[in-house]
Design a protein around this ligand. Structure first.
Ligand code: ADP
Length: 252
């Protein structure tokens, strides 16, 4: 810290400069730390499937897999590459969302986008005998269609993933004044109050050991999409009863 030997007015001015500088540096440091944490976490997440792929490939290379087990080993390799692709795709999506200069919007029929996403997830819902009840009217909205598709997919997929079989999921899409309101309500396992804020953090998972979990970036992406459209995310959840996620997006 430098002490300035100047008149009162000048001293204040310089002191203010110094303080501002400190503030910027600490913010910059926090950002850098966040980036370091993110990269170290992401590398770790990528390393597990990579190690598994290498393991299977080496066993095949050395002739240590019986002919009848080759198909299963290849299946494992494909599965692990899918995990890696999903992770890379989500990381790219987050980076795209952080670069808000890239706002390319066009008028979209967002009820039709919702129907497409639901069609793509219907086999997954069927496999658990989960009923998707949809309530939406024709709606158009200026947006990037990829954002809305990802928002719908992440929330509906979670509602199915974190529900026991034979439950219902209610999906609502509507416009109220200047807001597009999208909500997904499940009858699933619920989220404990202490974790309800944390699920929006990158790579945070309530149950770290879950094998059918996704990338751990889904809700972080949802939060960033809501921010991009000056909106909000509301979560209400009761353990063993279910979860409701409500996303509001502002119509400009
Ligand atoms: P993941 O890829 O693990 O699903 P997300 O970011 O989408 O990552 O969600 C973070 C965590 O929040 C999940 O691992 C899960 O523990 C919890 N979670 C998300 N949605 C729900 C839900 N509908 N019901 C219960 N828990 C949920």
């Amino acid at each position: 810290v430098r002490i300035f030997n100047v008149d009162a007015q000048g001293f204040n001015r310089k002191e203010a400069t110094v303080l501002t500088l400190f503030k910027d540096v600490s913010q910059e440091r926090a950002m850098e730390q966040m980036k370091r944490d993110f990269f170290s976490h992401a590398s770790h997440e990528l390393k597990s499937p990579l190690t598994a792929i290498r393991g299977y490939a080496e066993l095949i290379e050395h002739g240590l897999v019986k002919p009848e087990e080759i198909i299963e080993s290849s299946h494992q390799i494909v599965k692990q590459t899918e995990t890696m692709s999903a992770l890379v795709e989500d990381m790219l999506m987050l980076s795209r969302l952080e670069n808000l200069k890239e706002k390319v919007y066009s008028k979209q029929d967002i009820d039709k986008l919702l129907k497409e996403v639901i069609d793509n997830l219907s086999a997954f819902a069927k496999s658990k005998n989960i009923k998707l009840n949809v309530n939406s009217k024709p709606l158009s909205f200026m947006c990037d269609p990829l954002d809305l598709q990802k928002l719908y997919k992440n929330l509906i997929e979670n509602a199915i993933k974190y529900s026991e079989p034979n439950k219902n999921v209610n999906i609502d899409l509507e416009q109220k004044d200047d807001d597009i309101i999208f909500s997904v309500k499940d009858q699933g396992i619920g989220i404990e109050p202490e974790y309800q804020q944390r699920v929006f953090e990158r790579f945070f998972r309530v149950d770290k050991g879950r094998l059918d979990g996704g990338t751990g970036l889904g809700l972080a992406i949802v939060k960033h999409i809501a921010l991009k459209y000056n909106g909000s995310v509301e979560l209400s959840s009761t353990l063993s009863k279910g979860t409701k996620m409500t996303i509001k997006l502002k119509i400009e």
